[in-house]
Design a protein around this ligand. Structure first.
Ligand SMILES: Nc1ncnc2c1ncn2[C@@H]1O[C@H](COP(=O)(O)OP(=O)(O)OP(=O)(O)O)[C@@H](O)[C@H]1O
Ligand SMILES: [Mg+2]
Length: 255
């Protein structure tokens, strides 16, 4: 029996970034970034302060606009077309350092807002979805509270649940644990590890190198607006190639 030939014509990448350049005024913040993230792939982005990590993440969600190059998310190119932008924002969840929950809304209300307004779910369906994901991040019993009544770690888990309620195809994290107490960091990382194990496509900017080692398929190291090194966590940590990476790791690990 001959094997059938399969011709894959469609672009299987979740996110494809080609020669991305971004300026803030005259400051050249991203300088020719090329990055392809496959479906289900977990990427950790590391690098010194000011290297452009947040800018890159924010360009993928069009929270910042780029001036040159191409970003394609799930086959849709990011242009100034509003339809594209809102489509991508509804498919790509984003979690920030400071949670960005609406303070005047209960946890449940925070979670049902976008599914109702963007996805068109009924309140009942949106609440069912919200409770499912709030249970999943082990916070279902807090649904009627307001963000200010929760700890930082709990708020961040709500923020993750809120993103998941949109059933995103990929999740972007920008230092989701860096505003948290050491004791609560683990509960948020555990939530992210569970997501990763379930096959979520993820790009995480984080200084949690233990998480990077455990979860990442690839670690990307940025410096001065460029990707200077890109490798498996094993190679990245044990055999860093670039001088800048070696310096960064020695500062983090103190050797
Ligand atoms: N809105 C802005 N206007 C002007 N310059 C900006 C703006 N946002 C960022 N920058 C500059 O762009 C560069 C990259 O910033 P970015 O926030 O992406 O760095 P980062 O790698 O995320 O740093 P950190 O680790 O401190 O979060 C920095 O030099 C920063 O000062
Ligand atoms: Mg940043």
């Amino acid at each position: 029996m001959t094997k059938p030939t399969t011709i894959i014509a469609r672009d299987d990448a979740a996110i494809r970034i080609t020669d991305l350049n971004k300026w803030y005024g005259t400051y050249h913040a991203l300088r020719g970034i090329n990055l392809t993230v496959n479906q289900g792939e977990r990427i950790v982005i590391a690098g010194p302060s000011g290297s452009g990590k947040s800018t890159l993440i924010r360009c993928i969600n069009r929270l910042e606009t780029h001036q040159k190059g191409q970003i394609v998310v799930d086959g849709i190119e990011l242009t100034s077309d509003v339809k594209n932008i809102s489509k991508i924002r509804s498919e790509v969840g984003m979690c920030f350092q400071n949670f960005n929950l609406f303070p005047h809304m209960s946890i449940l209300e925070n979670c049902i807002l976008a599914p109702m307004s963007v996805r068109g779910l009924s309140r009942k369906d949106a609440e069912d979805v919200a409770m499912h994901f709030l249970e999943k991040v082990r916070i279902g019993d807090q649904a009627t509270k307001y963000p200010g009544q929760l700890s930082g770690g709990q708020q961040q888990r709500v923020a993750i649940a809120r993103s998941l309620c949109m059933k995103p195809r990929a999740m972007l994290f920008d230092e989701p644990t860096s505003a948290l107490d050491p004791e609560t960091i683990k509960e948020v990382l555990d939530t992210m590890i569970t997501l990763a194990e379930e096959g979520m496509t993820m790009i995480c900017v984080t200084h949690e190198m233990g998480f990077a080692r455990q979860v990442a398929d690839r670690v990307i190291f940025m410096d001065k607006g460029k990707i200077v090194e890109e490798n498996t966590p094993e190679e990245f940590f044990d055999n860093p190639q670039h001088k800048r990476t070696q310096l960064f790791l020695s500062q983090i690990f103190g050797h």
